[in-house]
Design a protein around this ligand. Structure first.
Ligand code: SAM
Length: 220
C-alpha cells in the first residue's frame, strides 16, 4: 500500500517534470519516505507537501527535493555536504545517487533532530551517511573541498565558508531570501578562476538557516 503510494508519487513527479535523471528517479523509488516522518503522519508520507518533524522544522515536499537534487547535477561517486539533516530523508536520497563510492555528510543544529535523522538512516540501511551536530553555516572543513553542497534551510545570502569549501567545478544549491517569506532556489558553480556562475530556479519556502553566517536565533 505504502509502496504503491510511493510509486504513484514517483510517476507524478516524472510526469510533472520535476524528476528527470534515471539515477535520481531510482533513488526516489528506493528510499522509503514513510520511514523518515513521525509515525502519526505515515499516511501522508507520499503526498507532495512538506510535513512537520518536530522542533518547528519540516521535511520538504518531494517536488522541492526533486528540484534541489536535479539542479545540483548529482551523480555517482560525488562527495556531498548537506546543511540541515532534519529527518535524514534528503541525505538518504543523495546517498542512493552518489553510492558508497561517494560520501555524504549532513549537519544538523538541533541535537534531537540529528538523533532522529541518524536513527532513520540506520534503520533504512544508510548508516554510512555521517550526521554531525553543529552550525552548518560554518561548513565542514574536515571534509573540504566538497563536490556538492546542499543547503536545506533559507539563508540571507550563501554563507562564505560554504563557498570557500566548494571544490572547483563544484555546485552549491541554497534557498536564498527573506526569513518566513518566499525565497529563490539559487545554484552556484565554482569556476577554475574562483568566480561563481549563478542560476536562479524560482520560488521556494524554507525554514530559516540559523547560525553564524545565517539568521540569528529568535525566541519564536
Ligand atoms: N533535509 C531535511 C530532511 O530531509 O528532512 C529537511 C531540512 S529542514 C527543511 C531544515 C533543517 O535545517 C532543520 O532541521 C533545521 O534545524 C536545520 N538547520 C537550520 N539552521 C541550521 C544550521 N545552521 N546548521 C545545521 N542545520 C540547520
Amino acid at each position: 500500500m505504502l509502496e504503491e503510494a510511493r510509486e504513484r508519487l514517483v510517476q507524478s513527479l516524472v510526469r510533472w517534470g520535476y524528476l528527470r535523471s534515471p539515477r535520481i528517479i531510482e533513488a526516489f523509488r528506493r528510499v522509503p519516505r514513510h520511514e523518515f516522518v513521525p509515525k502519526k503522519l505515515v499516511d501522508e508520507a507520499y503526498a507532495d507537501h512538506p510535513l512537520p518533524i518536530g522542533h518547528g522544522q519540516t521535511i520538504s515536499a518531494p517536488s522541492m527535493i526533486a528540484i534541489m537534487m536535479e539542479t545540483l547535477e548529482l551523480r555517482e561517486g560525488l562527495r556531498v555536504l548537506e546543511i540541515g539533516a532534519g529527518s535524514g530523508y534528503n541525505a538518504a536520497l543523495v546517498a542512493e545517487v552518489v553510492g558508497k563510492r561517494g560520501e555524504v555528510v549532513t549537519i544538523e543544529r538541533i541535537p534531537e533532530l540529528a538523533s532522529f535523522a541518524r536513527e532513520n538512516l540506520k534503520r533504512t540501511g544508510y548508516s554510512w551517511v555521517k550526521v554531525v551536530v553543529g552550525d552548518g553555516t560554518l561548513g565542514y572543513p574536515d571534509g573540504a573541498p566538497w563536490d556538492r553542497i546542499l543547503v536545506t534551510a533559507c539563508a540571507p545570502q550563501i554563507p562564505q565558508p560554504l563557498i570557500e569549501q566548494l571544490a572547483v567545478e563544484g555546485v552549491l544549491g541554497a534557498p536564498v531570501g527573506p526569513e518566513h517569506m518566499y525565497q529563490t532556489w539559487t545554484v552556484v558553480k565554482k569556476r577554475a578562476d574562483g568566480k561563481l556562475e549563478k542560476r536562479e530556479h524560482g520560488g521556494c519556502a524554507f525554514v530559516p538557516l540559523i547560525g553564524a553566517h545565517g539568521w540569528k536565533e529568535k525566541a519564536y
